[in-house]
Design a protein around this ligand. Structure first.
Ligand code: IVH
Length: 707
């Protein structure tokens, strides 16, 4: 049984939450197990048992004890999911058993044919039922994971099915993949499991939102978002994508003598159940054992209807013969097992024709080309307008006006052009000409070297102004109900609103007289604007439309700010001292506040009653401006003798430094322990890096007790 001593551990949890340190290996083991339990409840059962804050407290307690006593750190400790300085080899490795593909079916007739084939091979008498396990076909990247003596020892991508690429460090970052599981209790010494690494649809949307803010190309769909980070060298990159993994197949399981243990489990559904009991994420709520092929079809139909509301992307269902002995009889072709098929859902892809391209001006001046296509139905939704992102996207995909294009509705909301068909190009097709001038104000467009977007540099550009105003009143910013984009456009055209401050001095008597408005609507609008004036300052900051200043960063800055106009005195270090706030957004804010007209607008808003003060409930945190390493970047190399690496990094952070992972021009300080190697020589070569010995570092941070 998973988490045998959980009741006892839960009792210990209370005392752990009150402790600053733990000092025995027994406590380290108990705490590790407790954290594993909470991870299981959170990532697998979707049923969290403690708050994130309490989890973090327990995690830090464990981390601190392990840093002091590295020998107590086991490889399956919850702290060991991402290692700071190891990278993946991505070497080619052979799977313990081939990772095959699946044959496809699309309708009931195909399924009946599949069932008949199985009945024939297995000589099932007519009238006897054949049982199938039906489960979702997850749309991500397939992985094989190997456990030996209960420990996760290897993970690899599918590759060509025989050999894949080893990416164990990346797989370890997937929180729903246990780093150890008690296979020994089942007499299994070595085993290989198959699963699909996935990203939740809402996480995918978040990733794309933040990529958009950072000016990075958007990811096409959740599948690409998941597979794109499986084969990367740096596990931190994989960790940041917050992947999940469903395990759906037992590929190999043997005892110490190499005897195959899988047949003991008799049915496919029992294998799934057993893997679930061992702590793996399996489709136990999503699957069903069906008595015959008609029931299979019925079950699939219910899933086809609810697939959009499921948190992960599915491209069909998989039908597996439930009896393992019968599976054995059916065997395999070189491509797929004969005992399983995929039933593919209605395509979310369709082809259409690109009619014309509209160039839209965004709130910070980026020009986005938007394709207008012949409307197509994609899994129940009509799509006629699709973002083409930027000029590079158009050129790389070789998209022309009049082309046939393949369209996909990814993540259920964002339609996307997968490809064009240059080989089918008509004579009348024309290349898409990107404008040289802003479609709104005719200013010459600019494109900076490392930016994918063309920009209209005119901050007074009417299209930009309107987009800024629309953003200012939007849900995530000032959240002004009843002031939608069409009303903003109308007020702008009428000259009623020219900049943000005008929103707060509307003449409601005049507005009530506008066609379609009336007194009631005007009064409603007045109430929402009055309410918005009292918003907390993070909403106000976000509403200023400063490039890269999104919702999250606005909150982080607001936590460290008493009064918005104080930002005119902030330096770049004030920004970078805040965890997760980078220099680019910092500089954008500095530039914004250096512009007197912006300051004036903010003052006007304040005089009109808009709140610019931090409220006590948003408790400001202390800035570490006077800390010894304030605004500095630091890196540790070599073996430290007085403290662990993590402890040193925490000390540096506490003293205002930002810890980097590599030597680059951005590095200020390198702390060297014994046997420092290439990092030291690289930093010395750069000539701009301050080199500190471990003792010098300790002295600077006032840790004289360690000297
Ligand atoms: S079983 C020998 N079950 O679909 C059995 N595959 O098109 C082979 N997939 O490579 C796979 N969900 O990556 C199986 N529930 C599921 C699946 C599943 C997704 C993927 C898997 C496989 C591909 C075949």
């Amino acid at each position: 049984m998973l988490f045998k001593n959980i009741d006892q551990l839960k009792k210990k949890q209370k005392s752990f939450l009150q402790l600053k340190t733990i000092n025995s290996i027994e406590d380290v083991d108990a705490l590790s197990e407790l954290l594993r339990y909470h991870e299981h409840k959170y990532y697998i059962d979707n049923d969290p048992q403690i708050s994130d804050y309490e989890y973090d407290q327990l995690y830090k307690l464990l981390e601190e004890a392990e840093t002091r006593n590295p020998l107590w750190t086991k490889s399956d400790s919850p702290t060991q999911r991402v290692s700071s300085d190891l990278t993946n080899s991505l070497q080619s490795v052979e799977h313990l058993s081939p990772m095959l593909s699946l044959d496809n079916t699309y309708n009931l007739e195909d399924l009946i044919e599949f069932d008949n084939r199985i009945r024939k091979i297995c000589a099932i008498p007519e009238g006897n039922n054949v049982e199938y396990l039906v489960e979702p076909k997850f749309d991500g990247g397939s992985l094989s994971v190997v456990y030996e003596n209960n420990q996760l020892v290897r993970a690899a991508t599918r590759g060509d099915g025989i050999k894949g690429e080893e990416m164990t460090l990346n797989a370890r970052t997937i929180r729903s993949l246990p780093l150890s599981a008690d296979f020994n209790s089942l007499g299994i010494y070595k085993t290989e499991l198959r699963g699909e690494a996935l990203i939740r649809k809402n996480v995918f949307e978040e990733v794309n939102k933040s990529r958009e803010t950072d000016g990075l190309p958007l990811l096409a769909n959740p599948r690409n978002a998941a597979t794109g980070v499986l084969r990367v060298k740096d596990p931190n990159e994989t960790a940041s994508r917050k992947l999940d993994i469903f395990i759906f197949q037992w590929g190999y399981a043997a005892d110490k003598n190499g005897n195959n243990k899988i047949p003991e489990y008799k049915t496919q559904s029992n294998c799934t159940k057993t893997l679930g009991e061992l702590g793996f994420k399996v489709a136990k709520l999503e699957n069903k054992v069906c008595k015959n092929i008609q029931e299979v079809h019925k079950f699939i139909t219910t899933w086809a209807e609810k697939r959009d509301s499921y948190p992960f992307e599915l491209d069909g269902m998989v039908v597996k013969l439930n009896d393992l002995a019968l599976q054995e009889i059916c065997g395999y072709t070189s491509h797929h097992p004969r005992w399983a098929v995929a039933y593919k859902f209605q395509a979310k892809q369709a082809s259409s024709t690109l009619l014309h391209v509209e160039f839209q001006v965004g709130k910070v001046g980026s020009i986005t080309p938007v394709a207008k296509i012949e409307p197509v139905q994609l899994a129940g939704v009509t799509v006629s307008s699709i973002s083409l992102h930027n000029e590079d996207f158009i050129r790389t995909k070789d998209i022309w006006l009049g082309d046939t294009v393949l369209v996909e509705r990814a993540g259920d909301v964002i339609p996307y052009i997968v490809k064009s068909f240059p080989e089918q190009r008509k004579k009348s097709a024309k290349p898409i000409e990107f404008p040289k001038n802003c479609p709104s104000c005719n200013t010459s467009l600019l494109r900076e070297e490392d930016n994918a977007a063309w920009i209209c540099p005119n901050s007074q550009c009417p299209a930009q102004q309107v987009q800024k105003l629309i953003h200012h009143v939007s849900k995530d910013a000032m959240d002004i109900d009843g002031l939608g984009s069409s009303l903003i456009e109308r007020f702008y055209d009428l000259g009623i609103i020219k900049d943000m401050s005008d929103i707060y001095r509307l003449d409601y008597t005049k507005i009530a007289q506008l066609e379609g408005m009336g007194e009631k609507s005007a009064d409603k609008l007045r109430l929402s604007i009055e309410k918005a004036k009292a918003n907390p300052i993070h909403r106000f900051l976000h509403g200023l439309c400063i490039h890269h200043l999104g919702k999250k960063i606005s909150k982080l800055i607001a936590e460290n700010l008493d009064y918005v106009p104080n930002l005119q005195n902030w330096t770049i270090e004030n920004y970078t001292n805040i965890k997760d706030v980078g220099p680019v957004v910092g500089q954008n804010i500095i530039d914004f506040f250096a512009d007197k007209s912006n300051l004036k607008m903010i003052q006007t808003m304040e005089s009109l009653g808009v709140n610019l003060h931090q409220k006590t409930e948003d408790k400001p945190k202390q800035l570490t401006m006077d800390a010894i390493f304030s605004g500095k970047t630091i890196l540790f190399t070599g073996t430290l003798s007085k403290m662990g690496r993590k402890e040193a990094e925490q000390l540096a952070e506490k003293n205002g430094a930002k810890v980097l992972s590599a030597v680059s021009g951005a590095l200020n300080i390198l702390v060297v322990g014994e046997d420092a190697g290439s990092k030291l020589s690289k930093a010395t070569k750069l000539g701009t890096v301050e080199i500190l010995k471990e003792d010098e570092f300790l002295e600077k941070v006032g840790k004289n007790d360690l000297l």
